[in-house]
Design a protein around this ligand. Structure first.
Ligand SMILES: Nc1nc2c(ncn2[C@@H]2O[C@H](COP(=O)(O)OP(=O)(O)OP(=O)(O)O)[C@@H](O)[C@H]2O)c(=O)[nH]1
Ligand SMILES: [Mg+2]
Length: 477
């Protein structure tokens, strides 16, 4: 099957897919001891290799697609040195994950037995697969597009319900479908502009300029929505970085412990207890948070504490959202304002004011101060009061739940850059329209927008991009 590729010099070229002749193999289950392990082999020699080293009632060639058979794997067929009793599944090209003839060996999950089987496959003509090579072949053989290939890695890495849901949406193809409909529209206008070029001497406009302008404006809005979706996509995939900040002793570590439901950080009534940044992952309502408890910010001569405060500042700079914790049982003092100044000087914009210790007394709360913050919570880390609403706020302030009602999210910097580049090309086409330039100029930009969109799904791609994407996969996937 031909496939469009760019060479390193940027020239678009055809490439024959499936030219990879090697038969590859790898262990698909994690390394170590377990009940079973699965070894996968894909490529044109898969069935012949198995035929040589496997003994069962039927020859592997007589087993139907998608069926499993039980038998014995031998190191050498003549000497019949048994390696293991195994179950073998057979998938016939093109109806396999990779699109090639594929074998899956279910063997006992011992470290040595797995090594022996792999060794045997290598001796008989297979080679070890590179990371992600099975999925790369699935992509090259047209079984999935690049977005779907990436979503498979996201499914494997998903740590929470929402990250899994988002990756599943991408695998189902609805993100690819969205791009397809954008491309179809662009292609329609490009075709009209290209007809105009063919009839250049007759000065006919096949693509009505006012209609094209309206269309480009609506495309611009669409691109902007998709660019904004990256914020959600990234949060769903990587989690949201949350940092606790406040003067010493306001209860930051106590809040971390209550959120984690364990005594993770040391808590004491001595101000300056936390010296280092403590990072933990947390699942709230299916959303992944990476939360950092930090050293209380204050002016100090203690060299260790100064280092702690420096680390605090670094964590605050990197955070997506900061929880500014104050003690609701006391009036605000200069130390609280020093923390606030720090947040301002670090240009932290996404702040939630957290009034802690409301179990003691909250009559000191300065409501005018609270009103300065778009988001605030009243809690007690000691009793747990207010925590349900607090957790709810952490989720709703960062995630728009409508994104799962057919909303499309893009979650990789690669996608974001391509969307921005396509939008640029569209805006350029708009400029050409405004300047009443000829169809040639408008078509040039629309074609550029189309090609950049095609990079996202991998219709147009480079070896470099593919290597970059698939090298982050695990071996055996
Ligand atoms: N009554 C009450 N006490 C609390 C609450 N939260 C924390 N404390 C107490 O406040 C003191 C300080 O708590 P920490 O969690 O260590 O405070 P911190 O902000 O992490 O302090 P540093 O690490 O020194 O910056 C401890 O004695 C806690 O038991 C609360 O909601 N109510
Ligand atoms: Mg602490």
């Amino acid at each position: 099957m031909p496939h469009f590729c760019y060479s390193k010099s940027g020239v678009l070229y055809f490439r024959m897919i499936g030219s990879t002749q090697d038969t590859i193999c790898a262990v698909s289950t994690p390394q170590g001891r377990g009940a079973i392990a699965i070894i996968r082999m894909s490529g044109r020699l898969s069935f012949d290799i198995i035929e040589r080293i496997f003994s069962a009632k039927k020859s592997i060639h007589d087993i139907a697609h998608g069926c499993m058979t039980h038998g014995t794997l031998f190191r050498r067929q003549q000497e019949r040195e048994v390696i293991d009793n195994v179950l073998i599944a057979k998938f016939v090209s093109p109806r396999s994950y990779t699109g090639e003839d594929t074998i899956e060996i279910n063997c006992h999950g011992g470290i040595y037995v797995v090594q022996e089987i792999l060794h045997c496959l290598l001796e008989n003509g297979a080679r070890l697969a590179e990371p992600g090579e099975f999925t790369k072949r699935a992509f090259l053989n047209g079984k999935i597009d690049l977005l779907q290939a990436e979503s498979i890695a996201d499914i494997i890495n998903a740590q929470t319900k929402l990250s899994l849901k988002s990756a599943q949406q991408q695998l189902s193809g609805n993100v690819s479908d969205k791009l397809l409909s954008l491309k179809e529209q662009l292609k329609k206008y490009l075709a009209l502009l290209e007809i105009e070029l063919d009839f250049a001497e007759e000065d006919i406009e096949f693509a009505a300029r006012s209609e094209l302008m309206t269309y480009i404006d609506s495309m611009k809005d669409e691109f902007e929505r998709l660019i904004v979706s990256f914020r959600y996509g990234k949060i769903l995939r990587e989690g949201l970085h949350l940092a606790l900040a406040g003067k010493p002793n306001v209860g930051k570590s106590s809040i971390l412990n209550r959120l984690l439901e364990e005594e993770r950080a040391i808590v004491s009534e001595i101000p300056g207890t936390t010296r280092d940044v403590i990072e933990e992952a947390l699942d709230i309502q299916g959303m992944l948070f990476k939360i950092s408890d930090t050293a209380g910010i204050r002016l100090t001569d203690d060299s260790i504490e100064i280092k702690g405060v420096e680390k605090t500042q670094k964590a605050l700079r990197q955070a997506d959202q900061v929880l500014f914790v104050v003690d609701a049982s006391h009036a605000l003092d200069d130390s609280d304002y020093i923390v606030l100044q720090q947040l301002e000087s670090l240009q932290v914009s996404n702040i939630v004011l957290v009034m802690n210790k409301i179990d003691i007394d909250s009559t000191h709360v300065d409501l005018d101060f609270v009103k300065k913050f778009e988001q605030s919570c009243f809690i007690s880390a000691k009793t747990g009061e207010g925590f349900e609403a607090f957790k709810e706020k952490l989720v709703t302030s960062n995630l728009n739940h409508n994104i799962f009602d057919g909303g499309i999210v893009f979650n990789k910097v690669r996608h974001l850059n391509a969307l921005k580049k396509s939008k640029e090309s569209i805006l350029h086409a708009r400029e050409s329209l405004e300047k009443k330039l000829s169809a040639e100029f408008i078509a040039l930009d629309i074609r550029a927008a189309l090609e950049t969109l095609a990079e996202i799904t991998g219709e147009v791609t480079t070896e470099e991009i593919l290597n970059d994407i698939f090298s982050s996969f695990c071996i055996g996937k």
